[in-house]
Write a protein that binds this ligand. Structure first.
Ligand code: RAT
Ligand code: ZN
Length: 453
């Protein structure tokens, strides 16, 4: 099998990671790191090792872009936090407002209304992760999450440059680099990618939903852009043109980490007689293999169940995992990540990664980003695969989302990992601080697919 952690792929992630801090420095400067921990010492050591100061991570899937991308693409601030679709969903589901009326308002008016109904009104305690996240971020940034109005928060954002907001969000979350969601079929995004400046800490997740799921629509654009494609992606000339398009954009985007696509629950990704399967088989997967990029698959969303709710109106369905089993076996030289949206698919995804060395489970997002589910999956993944998965990505859309999501996950990680290390200790395994640091490195190091060679 060819090396999948390719030079291009590795070059994005092989820069001196802050891991140097932990494992390496312990080995050199702290001999104690190698000494055996008692059962009672384990929780404190795991808590320190998983903290935002010590475990600095790359966030593998977000929708973020930095301040250089401008206010339409770089979302931050109190009103954007309140407009996050996890929060809006709650507003609409509770029947507080008719969506059409709400969307006709300015962002500030939407923010005031949302704050009043979901936060200031004592009848609405924010137990849900979306609203709780706003409370956590405000508190972490030194703002009053119990304020009656948004006056103080708005003043803070008016006085603070976006670069400073970004710096604080990343520092509080313990995030070093951020992979975004680059959809070049989106005209507004493409205009920025054609000519905009990139902040070095942002890398690209090359988003391929339009190409794979809506090929006829995508083909019209491809032809407009000078890639001569026909209706049938299995035709060699068409497949070749699509591959050229992917290679060209790989060159234009900043530090592409993978190609990515979400799939509806019953998508026949393996079926070569369907358009999705044909685009994948003849064009996308060969191109990614040539570029040495993994393919990041997100089965499960049902888009626009309630179109009038816009991005708050999507749903989720249990995915048929058979097509994915077929796909990863048919393409043994491609690397895959998988992150099903439906919680009941998490187990199948882990099993899939147990008997295929070219696929790894990653993260939590959207409807399965709930502490109870994340904790349950983390246990299951450790128990089933050892350290062969990437535990978390934030899927943040607004910069401040980084804070609550990573804080929440770190607490879960510390708790579950302590329990697992105590369990190993009880079984007779010697547990050391250096060993814990090494495991965390393995779990979060993005270039592990290089070991597939
Ligand atoms: O979780 C979300 O923010 C969704 O709206 C989706 O966009 C999802 O993150 C995705 O990447 O498809
Ligand atoms: Zn996403």
């Amino acid at each position: 099998m060819q090396a999948l952690g390719t030079s291009a792929y590795k070059s994005n992630f092989d820069a001196p990671l802050l891991w140097a801090y932990s494992y390496g420095s312990y080995l050199q400067s702290e001999p104690l790191a190698m000494s055996t921990l008692s059962r009672d010492q384990i929780p404190a050591v795991v808590a320190a090792e998983t903290s935002a100061q010590q475990l600095i991570v790359d966030d593998w899937h977000t929708h973020l872009l930095g301040p250089q991308a401008g206010p339409q693409l770089c979302l931050y601030g109190i009103d954007q936090q309140l407009a996050y679709h996890y929060v809006r969903r709650k507003l609409f589901a509770a029947g507080h407002i008719d969506p059409a009326t709400f969307y006709a308002w300015s962002l500030e008016r939407q923010g005031d209304f949302t704050w009043q109904k979901l936060f200031a009104d004592p009848a609405s305690d924010p137990f849900d992760e979306g609203c709780r996240g706003v409370v956590v971020a405000l508190e972490a940034l030194g703002l009053d999450p119990n304020a009656a109005t948004l006056h103080q928060a708005r003043q803070f954002y008016a006085d603070t440059p976006p670069q400073e907001i970004q710096r604080r969000c990343m520092e509080l979350a313990g995030v070093r680099r951020i992979v975004g969601t680059q959809d070049v079929f989106n005209d507004q995004e493409r205009a920025y990618y054609e000519s905009g400046e990139w902040d070095e800490c942002y890398l690209s997740g090359f988003r391929l939903d339009e190409l794979v799921l809506h090929y006829p629509r995508a083909a019209v654009k491809l032809n407009t852009w000078g890639y001569e494609v026909g209706n049938d992606p299995s035709q060699p000339a068409t497949a070749q043109a699509i591959r050229r398009f992917l290679a060209d954009w790989y060159g234009k985007l900043h530090g592409v980490a993978y190609g990515a696509c979400s799939f509806p629950p019953h998508c026949p990704v393996h079926d070569l007689s369907g358009l999705e399967g044909a685009v994948l088989h003849h064009a996308v997967l060969p191109a990614l293999r040539e570029l040495n990029l993994p393919f990041f698959m997100m089965p499960g969303p049902i888009r626009q169940l309630k179109p009038e709710w816009r991005d708050a109106g999507d749903g989720v369905g249990l995915a048929d995992m058979y097509p994915y089993q077929h796909l990863v076996r048919r393409h043994p030289d491609n690397a895959f990540f998988i992150t099903p949206l439906h919680n009941a698919n998490q187990y199948d995804a882990s099993v899939l990664s147990c008997h295929n060395d070219n696929i790894m489970v990653i993260g939590h997002w959207w409807f399965n980003y709930h502490p109870g589910l994340v904790e349950q999956d983390l246990r299951m993944r450790l128990e089933m695969t050892g350290d062969r998965f990437i535990p978390f990505n934030s899927d943040a859309r607004v910069l401040e989302n980084l804070i609550p999501k990573w804080q929440r996950f770190r607490a879960i990680l510390a708790n579950v990992l302590s329990e697992k290390y105590q369990d190993l200790h009880d079984a007779g395994r010697q547990v050391t601080r250096a060993g814990i640091a090494q495991t965390l490195q393995t779990l979060f190091t993005p270039n592990r697919f290089s070991q597939l060679s």
